[in-house]
Design a protein around this ligand. Structure first.
Ligand code: GLV
Ligand code: MN
Ligand code: MN
Length: 413
């Protein structure tokens, strides 16, 4: 099979999707169900239709674009990722895995390859937690890790319910039909930028992921007492922001003291009410992200953070409501899928390294319902979740080539 990857087409797809953004270039902001998300989805639907794929969307907006195989009834091999982008981030995170899977399918078709199993492109809704606080919304629901009732309880920071927001975006299908059964897919492979520096530093073009680290998130809502910044004297204040500030320092300390150098913890959201320079902060909301490759030190850090919240809030006489948003186990990639990826590297004549993903991905949840693997490509400086995120065209081309070779192998199994 003579595979030719059309890198120009991939770059055109990346450009078109990056233009769907609610913040100015080079930054990209594409929050799920926003206008930017809707235009990017419309663009991709058109490209999938052009490629002759059969489209389906579920009630959350997860999109499935199928190339039927010779055995149309056999469980498909799937590949894809997300296109939502956190505020002012880059154009490659997630999107490379979606347009890369599309180009892998187009390249296999051009090469005259006929799969035995169907090959399906997946676009997962809201891998990023920006809007609803929970990451991997679409894949979590596909894997049955979020029930329809839990989905219906989700709200965005403006109070909009998931049901209202998905409905407004045109996704009205039943939530109880989102879940997929174990065995629905024969395998899943996700192409993604590494989001870390290892491949670039070591000059290795392809990473084959063997495990995905265990993420967790907490939300703490702290209520103190507001008041006039000039008229209320310092003694006896119950300033919610100061409690939040102390808690953020404890978050850093909890990661440093977990006993594992792999533990990371970040207070990435800090919303202040009423948010006026001349008002004592009456309430703050903190969203805290805690991870490790192993769940035990991650859980020790989570417990330390919970303890710190109780201590700080008691001492500062403010109220705290703490909600554990998620605490997911790590995922292990499937040896058979890894083997297919390594064979794909061999066919493409590319070196590889077997590695761990510290970032989470939709693969974390796909691994619960089917044999799963991930292909990493280097990104400049290991930078991600920033406007200057960058992956070179040649790096993307190599990743897509290995993905196409991998899908070809898995689809014939
Ligand atoms: C994914 O975006 C992550 O935060 O790991
Ligand atoms: Mn991301
Ligand atoms: Mn991603």
């Amino acid at each position: 099979m003579q595979l030719t990857i059309d890198t120009g087409a991939i770059l055109a797809d990346l450009d078109a999707i990056a233009a769907c953004s609610s913040s100015p270039a080079p930054g990209v902001t594409r929050v799920v169900y926003s206008e930017a998300d809707q235009s990017a989805r419309a663009y991709l639907r058109a490209r999938c239709a052009e490629a002759g794929l059969e489209l389906r969307e579920d009630g959350l907006g997860n999109l499935f674009a199928r190339w039927p195989g010779a055995d149309a009834g056999a469980p498909a091999v799937a590949s894809g990722s997300h296109i939502d982008a956190i505020p002012d981030s880059g154009r490659f995170d997630g999107t490379v895995g979606v347009v890369g899977a599309l180009e892998a399918i187009r390249a296999l078709r051009r090469a005259g390859f006929q799969p035995r199993r169907p090959i399906e492109l997946l676009l997962f809704t809201s891998e990023e937690p920006t809007r609803f606080g929970v990451g991997c919304l679409g894949s979590r629901a596909l894997a049955g890790a979020l029930s329809p009732d839990q989905l219906r309880a989700l709200r965005d920071p403006d109070g909009g319910t998931l049901d209202e927001l998905r409905g407004a975006a045109g996704f009205t299908g039943p939530l109880d039909q989102v879940r997929l059964s174990i065995g629905h897919y024969a395998a899943f492979v996700e192409l993604h930028i590494e989001q870390g520096p290892i491949l670039e530093n070591e000059g290795v073009p392809i990473g084959a992921v063997r495990a995905i680290a265990a993420p967790a998130a907490l939300r703490a809502h702290i209520r103190g007492e507001g008041g006039h910044a000039g008229a209320v004297l310092m003694l006896g204040r119950r300033d919610a922001l100061l409690a939040g500030a102390e808690i953020s320092l404890c978050v850093e300390r909890a990661a440093l003291d977990s006993g594992s150098s792999d533990t990371v913890a970040t207070t990435g959201v800090f919303r202040v009410e009423p948010g006026a320079v001349n008002a004592i902060p009456s309430a703050v909301t903190l969203e805290i992200d805690v991870r490790d490759v192993a769940p035990e030190p991650r859980d020790r850090a989570l417990e330390a953070i919970r303890g710190a919240i109780v201590e700080v809030c008691g001492r500062r006489r403010v109220q705290a409501d703490v909600e554990l948003i998620n605490a997911d186990p790590p995922a292990t990639c499937d040896p058979g899928v890894i083997e297919a990826i390594l064979a794909g590297c061999g066919a493409a004549g590319l070196h590889h390294q077997v590695m761990v993903s510290r970032a989470y991905h939709d693969s974390l949840f796909m691994a619960r319902i089917c044999p799963t693997g991930m292909i990493f490509i280097p990104c400049r400086g290991g930078v991600s979740h920033r406007p200057d995120e960058y992956a070179a065209p040649e790096a993307i081309e190599r990743g897509v080539q290995v993905l196409a070779e991998t899908l070809a192998r898995l689809s014939m199994s």
